[in-house]
Design a binder for this molecule. Structure first.
Ligand SMILES: *Cc1c(COP(=O)(O)O)cnc(C)c1O
Length: 341
């Protein structure tokens, strides 16, 4: 099976498994795991933030950020199809007691003027805007890169109103690989940032959140409240360190393969929902006699795994365990499917 469902399906490399085996560990709840400390220091440095915290998942990192930044009864501004709004089980409402206020973006990028218009004025009737959330790269917009200038302009708007900004950078390093703009530069346009080490970067487990020392002190407490305080977690932080430092440098390979998929879709006469920018490809089957579910089934019969991403959309994600040969096979599958239609 060629598994293109997500970049989360990668298996840890030999080097990661060995790093885990040899990791020096301690009880991280007592602040005594040296491997976790190294990882947190390295991540903070790469993102040019005062401090960082290793958390179990991207969702946990995002939720800790919302809990730390906001108060119950606040409103949070999010892009209409952002992961935090779309895919996190309404956790911001269930846990933080905040209300989402969605703004429609252009390929995932909210216009700074629309963000400003969504910020609540002081009025006894209204909730207070507690946070603005950005997502880069944007998953449901097909791995789109949010331009740095848009992020900066949004940050300026939020600063003017005294509202913090959180970046869901689950795939921030894909934006870095696509543009050559550093993670630091992106992180300068936001107060806090979450990055997933277990997506394209290939770690078995873990995310990082980074921000000011004060933010991280509070976040650490929220992590504990949520049951995310772990003990000898250096066994997981050691492979995560390899993900952060080495695997971040190879993401352009995934982007090249995604471009190949894009080419294969076009050559076979199928259509794309969006042009490919990073490692996510979204095919639109609206003009065929199949819906997304049927397309995914057909692909599965041919040995390809993908996911339905809407009634007529199918998502493919490239990652470390996908080879050029796999994509050649996929291209042939597209052609034979088109011929059979
Ligand atoms: C995957 C993802 C997350 C959540 O990460 P998990 O590790 O699956 O909890 C958050 N935001 C975006 C944009 C993602 O793609």
């Amino acid at each position: 099976m060629i598994d293109l469902r997500s970049d989360t399906v990668t298996k840890p490399t030999q080097e990661m498994r060995e790093a885990s085996f040899h990791a020096e560990v301690g009880d991280d709840v007592y602040g005594e795991d040296p491997t976790v400390q190294l990882l947190e220091e390295k991540a903070a440095k790469m993102l040019e933030k005062e401090a960082a915290l290793f958390v179990t998942s991207g969702v946990q990192g995002n939720q800790i950020a919302v809990l730390t930044h906001t108060n119950p009864g606040n409103e949070v501004i999010l892009e209409e199809e952002s992961h935090l709004f779309y895919y996190e089980g309404a956790a911001i409402s269930a846990f933080a007691g905040v209300q989402p206020r969605t703004v429609k973006g252009n390929r995932g990028a909210m216009h700074p003027a629309d963000v400003e218009a969504a910020i609540r004025p002081e009025d006894v009737h209204l909730p207070e805007t507690g946070l603005v959330v950005l997502e880069n790269t944007h998953n449901r917009a097909g791995g789109a890169v949010i331009p740095l200038e848009t992020m900066r302009a949004t940050y300026d708007v939020a600063n003017r109103h005294g509202i913090p900004v959180h970046l869901d950078g689950a795939r921030l390093f894909n934006a870095v690989a696509a543009t050559g703009i550093s993670a630091k530069e992106y992180a300068q346009c936001t107060d806090t940032v979450q990055i997933c080490l277990s997506k394209g970067l290939g770690a078995p487990v873990g995310s990082i959140i980074a921000g000011s020392q004060e933010f991280i002190n509070h976040a650490r407490k929220w992590r504990k409240r949520l049951g995310g305080g772990l003990r000898q977690v250096g066994v997981v932080a050691a492979p995560a360190m390899i993900a952060l430092t080495d695997m971040s440098k190879r993401l352009h390979e995934d982007h090249e393969l995604a471009k190949e998929i894009e080419e294969g879709i076009k050559e076979a006469g199928f259509e794309l929902a969006y042009p490919v920018e990073t490692n996510i490809v979204i095919m639109d089957v609206a003009k065929t006699d199949m819906n997304a579910e049927q397309m995914v089934e057909k692909l599965e019969e041919a040995g390809i795994k993908a996911v339905p991403f809407g009634p007529t959309l199918v998502r493919f994600v490239t990652h470390f365990d996908i080879t050029k040969q796999d994509i050649k096979i996929l291209k042939k599958v597209f052609k034979s499917m088109k011929n059979a239609l």
